[in-house]
Every structure is written in structure tokens, then in C-alpha cells.
Design a protein around this ligand. Structure first.
Ligand code: GMT
Length: 376
């Protein structure tokens, strides 16, 4: 099939999922066209089946805000016409579903019936999308999509609760290319450069937005390191990074906390790690937790949103209530104290990711594309 993918090209979960999906579809022989304002960060190859179309913005001094949706929907029309796309798969409702609806209407005028599949990822619904500023347009564009998917049951329920939705929302879980995270693949993994052999490694990966509660990560680690010789790797960048750095300094643990910035080497970093910390205020799914589990890293997280659908309490890790840093630290210490317990949880975590494998999830998206484009 000829498929257009619209996403944020940044280090966010939705962009990662969209990019991995596009690469996997191209690998299966589909003709995939990314339509974004930058080359997606995880896009590591371009082939004759995988194309990138940049949405270029014209700066004009009159505009305080540049009209990105206009540029995006115009680009979608151009690419659909030129490459005979059958489906536009837009990730993140804001503003992609709305821009896709405009493109669909413009194409209808030319006698072309492009199908729009919208995948809801989380903050486009729970934090931003339901805000009165955006709600009307988000609800409208979800209802006007040909197919709508959500990345967890929890997000589906949130969407139905927060909006007046007339469409059936299908749940298609996020997926993982497990082979990429196999520890054996990362034999060059230089753990020794980061920690002493007797030290455990805890890791947090995110875009350091307030929803990730990165200061809680530091608070948890401060308690853990008192009992277990350990290091904390903080991977990513964003608005709360400085706050987290300051807290580590204030708690006098800055020599044990390594801020590594944004990285495309997530799989390699996870191969050093024993425990992954994700104390988020909410996560529709928690792709970072799934990536950690695929690398046999045990997850300590909150029990919010879709996290209980990914991290199984007492099996692949532990779930705690929001802000309960004492409980999260207690669980981490329990795991890190015993090699036997830790290794059992690591094995369980890896095993559990099999149900989120690329092979299982990819056909679900292909079926959705086929069912909406089928001519009756
Ligand atoms: O929260 C992020 O890291 C970014 C955000 C995004 O939209 O890019 O992530 C959301 O989508 C991911 C992929 O589906 C999910 O794994 C994240 O849980 C979700 N984030 C939130 O719900 C806060």
C-alpha cells in the first residue's frame, strides 16, 4: 500500500512509535512517506520504499504564530496527489488529525477520497487535547477520522470520558522490535565506563517534562543509594532537567547521577541498566518502560494511566501510587538487594514484552488500513 505518516519528529513516544511503524511497514514492502517538519530522530535509513517530505514554513513578520497546520495540510495534499497515497496515518491528534481533515476535504474537491487513520497517544487527549482551548477542534477531527486507534485501553477510556466521541476507538498497543534490545547484541556495551562492578545501575529516560516528575526520580534514587551502591543515568532533555540537576546537587548525590542528554543509543544504555524508574503523573502507555523491559530491565513506575497494562506488578516490576517515592524506593531496594530476585524479574520483564512484539502489532495496523480503503 501507499501510506503517508504524519508525526512529531522529536524524541517523544508518539514520534518514536510512528517512525518505527513506518520503517517496519517499508521493510514489509509498503511505500511509506513521512510528512513532518524535520527528519524523524529515530529514522535511521531511507530506502526506495521510505521517503521523507519536509513541511517547510514560510516566516512572515505579520504572524506572531506561523500557521503550521496550513503548511502541513497543503503538503499532505501535494504528497497524496504526487505519490498516489491511499491512507494518511496521523499520530497525535493535535494538530495532525485536524490538518488531515482539511487535506481530506481539499482532495475531495479533486475527486480523491483519501482515508485518514488517527492514532491517539496520550497528552494529545489527557493533558492538552481536552483543554477548552483545543477541545472542540480535537473532538471534531477525531470524529471525522475514518479510523481511530488508541495505544492502550486506559487511553481509550480517557478519550470516551473526556470527549463526545461517535467513532469506535480500536486499541492497538505500542510495539517493540525486541531484537534491537537484546543484551547480547550490545556486546560493546561499556558498563565499566559508568559504574563500578559492584554498583547497580538505575536509569530514567524521558523528555523531562513536568508530567515525568523527574525530581521524584532523584528522590527515589537518593533513598536507594543509601542502601545499595549504585549510579543513576538520566537520559533525555527538557524543561525540568535543571530542576533535577539542582535537586541532585542539593541532596549531595551529584557524583552518582549522570545526566547524559538526548540519545539515539537507548538500547545500549538500557543494556547497562538494572532498574528503570518511571514515576510519571500519567502515561497513556509508557513506551520507555516497554523498551526497558525488552532490554531485560525491571520497571519501577506509578500505577497511572496505561502503565498497569505494560508493567505487571510483582512480575515485571512494581507499581506505586503517584508521588509515593518511599514505596518506589522500597521496591527498588527489594529488587536490587538480591541477584536471584533481580534476575527473575529481568527474565519476566523480557518475556512479557513478547506480546508487544512488532510481528504481533504490525498486522493490526495493516488490517485497519485495508479495511478503510477497501472498495465496496
Ligand atoms: O510523554 C512523552 O514522552 C511523549 C508523548 C508523545 O506523545 O510523544 O508520549 C505519549 O505517547 C507515547 C507513545 O504512544 C506513550 O508511550 C506515552 O505514555 C505518552 N505520554 C503520556 O501519556 C504522558
Amino acid at each position: 500500500m501507499h501510506i503517508g505518516i504524519v508525526c512529531y519528529p522529536t524524541f517523544g513516544g508518539s514520534g518514536v512509535v510512528a517512525t518505527e511503524l513506518g520503517m517496519a511497514l517499508a521493510d514489509k514492502g509498503h511505500d511509506v512517506h513521512f510528512i513532518t517538519y524535520n527528519l524523524p530522530v529515530r529514522l535511521d535509513f531511507i530506502s526506495h520504499k521510505l521517503h521523507f517530505h519536509e513541511v517547510v514554513m514560510e516566516e512572515y513578520p505579520l504572524f506572531q504564530y506561523q500557521p503550521y497546520e496550513l503548511a502541513l495540510s497543503s503538503k499532505m495534499v501535494e504528497v497524496v496527489l504526487k505519490h498516489k497515497l491511499e491512507v494518511l496515518h496521523v499520530h497525535y491528534a493535535i494538530p495532525h488529525a485536524y490538518a488531515a481533515y482539511m487535506a481530506k476535504k481539499m482532495l475531495q474537491e479533486k475527486g480523491i477520497n483519501i482515508k485518514v487513520v488517527t492514532t491517539l497517544h496520550g497528552t494529545d487527549i489527557t493533558l492538552v487535547g481536552s483543554h477548552p482551548t483545543y477541545k472542540t477542534a480535537v473532538e471534531f477531527s477525531i470524529n471525522k477520522s475514518d479510523e481511530v486507534t488508541a495505544v492502550s485501553n486506559s487511553l481509550r477510556e480517557d478519550t470516551l470520558r473526556l470527549f463526545n466521541i461517535e467513532k469506535n476507538i480500536k486499541v492497538v498497543y505500542n510495539f517493540i522490535d525486541a531484537a534491537k534490545y537484546d543484551r547480547a547484541v550490545h556486546e560493546d556495551c561499556q558498563r565499566a565506563a559508568l559504574a563500578k562492578p559492584e554498583e547497580r545501575i538505575l536509569t530514567h529516560i524521558s523528555n523531562f517534562r513536568p508530567v515525568k516528575r523527574t525530581e521524584d526520580v532523584i528522590k527515589i534514587f537518593e533513598k536507594v543509594q543509601k542502601e545499595i551502591p549504585s549510579k543513576l543515568l538520566m537520559v533525555g532533555d527538557g524543561p525540568d532537567r535543571l530542576k533535577a540537576e539542582n535537586l541532585a546537587r542539593k541532596l549531595e548525590i551529584e557524583d552518582k547521577v549522570l545526566f547524559l542528554g538526548n540519545s539515539n543509543e537507548v538500547a545500549k544504555i538500557l543494556c547497562y541498566s538494572d532498574v528503570f524508574l518511571l514515576p510519571s503523573e500519567t502515561e497513556s502507555f509508557g513506551l520507555a518502560a516497554l523498551e526497558a523491559m525488552a532490554a531485560s530491565t525491571v520497571v519501577i513506575s506509578t500505577n497511572t494511566g496505561g502503565l498497569p497494562e505494560v508493567n505487571i506488578h510483582g512480575k515485571t516490576g512494581f507499581l506505586s501510587s503517584l508521588e509515593d517515592v518511599d514505596d518506589m524506593a522500597k521496591n527498588a531496594i527489594y529488587l536490587l538487594k538480591s541477584d536471584v530476585v533481580l534476575n527473575q524479574f529481568k527474565q519476566n520483564a523480557k518475556e512479557h514484552t513478547k506480546q508487544f512484539s512488532l510481528e504481533n502489532i504490525l498486522p493490526a495496523y495493516e488490517d485497519i488500513y485495508k479495511s478503510c480503503t477497501v472498495k465496496v
